[in-house]
Ligand binder design. Sequence first.
Ligand SMILES: [Zn+2]
Length: 411
Amino acid sequence: MTAESRTSQLRTLIEKLYDRVPLYRSRMKALGVTPGDMKSPEDLSLFPFTVKQDLRDAYPYGLLACDRTELARLHASSGTTGKPTVVGYTRKDLDAWAGAVRDCMKTAGIRSDDIVQVAFGYGLFTGGLGIHDGAEALGATVIPASGGFSERQLLLMKDLGTTVIACTPSYALHLADLIEERGLKLNLRLGIFGAEPWSEELRRKIERRLGITAVDIYGLSEVMGPGVAIECPRHEGLHLQDDLFHAEIIDPETGTPLPEGEEGELVLTTLGKEGMPLLRYRTRDITRILPGRCSCGREGTRIARIRGRSDDMLIIRGVNVYPSQIETALGRVEGLSLHYLLEVSDRQGLKELTVCCEAAERLDGDGTALLAERSRQELLALLGVRVGFRLVGPGSLSRSEGKAVRIRNVA
Ligand SMILES: [Zn+2]
């Protein structure tokens, strides 16, 4: 991609938003910029951001750049509070999305002779239908299992000879427990896991226990759904769909663009979208753009695996702590299962954190005390701050069939 062609793609988008979306026109006017100011990719930083709250404020159709009648599908992400955020797709948008997921699957090493079981939820959430359409576009055999109903997932995997599983990494871990318990022999060879930030340690655990290659797929419904970026089996970062997205990394505090290689918040601008194109969407996801080229030889932008969401970052006695770092520490302790929950309480304005994690096996009193102590030491070594730790028995934390709830606020 040359700088000229990227500039022209971005200018086309900005012209469209200026003409068709009142929110963007008024923001550009307030900043004193016009589409004509877009003369090089660096000029993008002159233009306004879009944030999640903008989608809520524009609920349901306020950010459409096309007529409502041109929409072929609507998805929505559940809001933890109040109304969901709605995203509209034209037919062309859906085709581009399916093409993006298809290309991601090829990058991951999935082939047309694979049997792909989609265990992401189908519905308003983009995970299920997004992966489904891409796998069909690839020419694979697709099993639309949707999320949950674990016994049925296992039955389908075994009887239909599933070779590829797609779900959240926390659910993959749960399936691995059940498969081991029952001693099932399966044909699985690859898994694509996403919709949650997850650690290398969890990846290694899933790969070893399921006997598969596990790759990380990234996406978010606001800009499309799954398929924004994916790892190849080399696991050297995620290959971004450069023809559909322009990525920037900014300082989450100041909004200033950061140079290549520095960690910050990922900002995505959609290219070529018709229904709801977004300019400089702040994902809240923390990552960096990796310099150099992947050893697989593919060119283009690569991003590091998501360290976490800036919203999920906890400040414990002045130290920034991401749930994924906790997962990394727990993953280094032999004897833990990586089914875990973070309990956060507030003591006079200071956050206190207690990590609850399951033991992989039932232990006696001495074994429990020893494992808990090893876990506390590993957490302290990795986080640089002492946090509470509670070891619980196997199977005692609730299992999620979709995105795992990792943080619970307790009084
Ligand atoms: Zn690669």
